[in-house]
Design a protein around this ligand. Structure first.
Ligand code: CTP
Length: 402
């Protein structure tokens, strides 16, 4: 479950920090990519050099790096987006209280506030601190935000006392993460199919009909589903984008017919399908074997024929699947999208209006309206495509688990 995952390990200032050297080794052994952020006091308990060597990445200590006279910035937003999982171990009472209250006075806390991924925390403190109502309040607040607590263990404490408060042993933290990832994420039992990108319809060996879709919305949907634990098949037309998430099987195709065949190879096994591809509606009726030569005066006429409607075909075969389409409209948007939802037998449709600036193809942002089969309509603000993907998955998840 940890193989291929980007793990951001936040280490705070407690004696259990020395155990994070073993924790990093186990994470790397499990196939994870690890980046470490430490608070200043954590670096008194365990050497950043040791952790940088074990994690094979520089250890991040502050917002600003000053090396050899050059200054660079550790971007907490980028770190938050990079991570599939954020793990705080050991998590001290002080840092947990700051996290619960939105305090942001170091790189680790700023990254915590920026992270969109699941957050796990493994508290470590003396037994009375662990039992204190104020600490319990932090635990409750963080769990109410969706963060997951890896409970402390009982035993001998650094103070010489014995009781509850020891950080869970590194092997147990790994075991907890693995168990939780396989059962605890909202889409961990779901198989998801997503189509993305344009299709290219050959005219001759060197030319094609295509469109300006980049695939970014479909890829963002696939990444987010994988982060929520789903097994994802991403069928993409020609796109420069790629993905390395272990839960995503990327199937690259070129034409609408190839996309149709790939989709139908997987569809019967799928729980949720989202059709985000900009599939060509027409293709040349005949594909020339040789490059078409221009003629002096005569215009070139291409006869076109319809491609198969992949989404509509999924709609007719639908059984257990929750099926979602996209509609890109320029006028009578809501009415057209609702009609499309019913015509293609969908469970939901996501409307892009070309009248909204920043929506649709070739932008990093999108503005959507989510419509379900009961014709409930929810309009969202203009957001980045990663944020839009999160909104879409929240709407789908609510309905699939209802
Ligand atoms: N779609 C598909 N296969 C096609 C065409 C479209 O799977 N051959 C899917 C798209 O991925 C999208 C939805 O259908 O989810 C868009 O529906 P469509 O009726 O093609 O939209 P428009 O092309 O905008 O329709 P119209 O020409 O009616 O405006």
């Amino acid at each position: 479950m940890l193989s291929g995952k980007n793990i951001l390990l936040g280490i705070t200032g407690g004696i259990a920090a020395y155990k994070t050297t073993f924790l990093v080794r186990l994470l790397i052994k499990a196939g994870a990519e690890v980046k470490v952020i430490m608070t200043e006091s954590a670096s008194s308990f365990v050497s950043p050099l040791t952790l940088a060597t074990l994690s094979k990445n520089p250890v991040l200590l502050d917002f600003i790096n000053e090396d050899d006279g050059s200054i660079s910035w550790n971007n907490h937003v980028e770190l938050g987006l990079w991570a599939d999982i954020m793990l705080l171990a050991p998590a001290t009472a002080n840092t947990l209280s700051k996290m619960a209250n939105g305090t942001c006075d170091n790189l680790l806390l700023a990254t915590y506030l920026s992270a969109k991924c699941p957050v796990y925390f493994a508290p470590a403190m003396d037994l009375d601190m662990y039992k204190h109502p104020s600490t319990k309040k932090s635990f409750e607040a963080l769990q109410s935000f969706g963060n997951v607590m890896i409970p402390a263990e009982s035993g001998e404490l650094a103070s010489g006392l014995s009781g509850e408060g020891r950080m869970a042993e590194p092997e147990n933290i790994i075991g907890f993460l693995q168990d939780h990832l396989s059962t605890g994420l909202p889409l961990s039992d779901k198989k998801v199919l997503i189509t993305a990108g344009p299709t290219h319809e050959a005219i001759d060996p060197v030319r094609f009909l295509g469109n300006r879709s980049t695939g970014s919305m479909g890829f963002a949907l696939a990444e987010h589903a994988a982060q929520l634990g789903a097994k994802v098949v991403l069928v993409s037309g020609p796109s420069n984008l790629t993905t390395s998430h272990a839960n995503i099987e990327l199937v690259r195709i070129t034409s609408a017919q190839e996309m149709y065949e790939a989709v139908h190879q997987y569809f019967s096994e799928i729980d949720i399908a989202i059709s985000a591809a900009a599939v060509a509606d027409y293709r040349p009726k005949e594909v020339a074997n040789q490059k078409i030569k221009k003629k002096a005066d005569a215009p070139l006429e291409l006869a076109l024929e319809r491609t198969k409607d992949i989404l509509a075909s999924m709609g007719t075969q639908k059984q257990q699947q929750f099926l979602v389409g996209f509609a890109l409209e320029t006028e009578n948007e809501l009415a057209n999208a609702k009609a499309k939802l019913q015509r293609k037998n969908l469970d939901a449709i996501i409307l892009n209006s070309l009248q909204d600036k920043g929506a649709g193809f070739g932008t990093t942002t999108n503005k959507i309206t989510f419509i379900d089969k009961n014709l409930n309509v929810k309009a969202f603000e203009l957001k980045t495509k990663a944020e839009v993907a999160a909104d879409i998955w929240k709407e789908i998840s609510n309905r699939v688990h209802a």
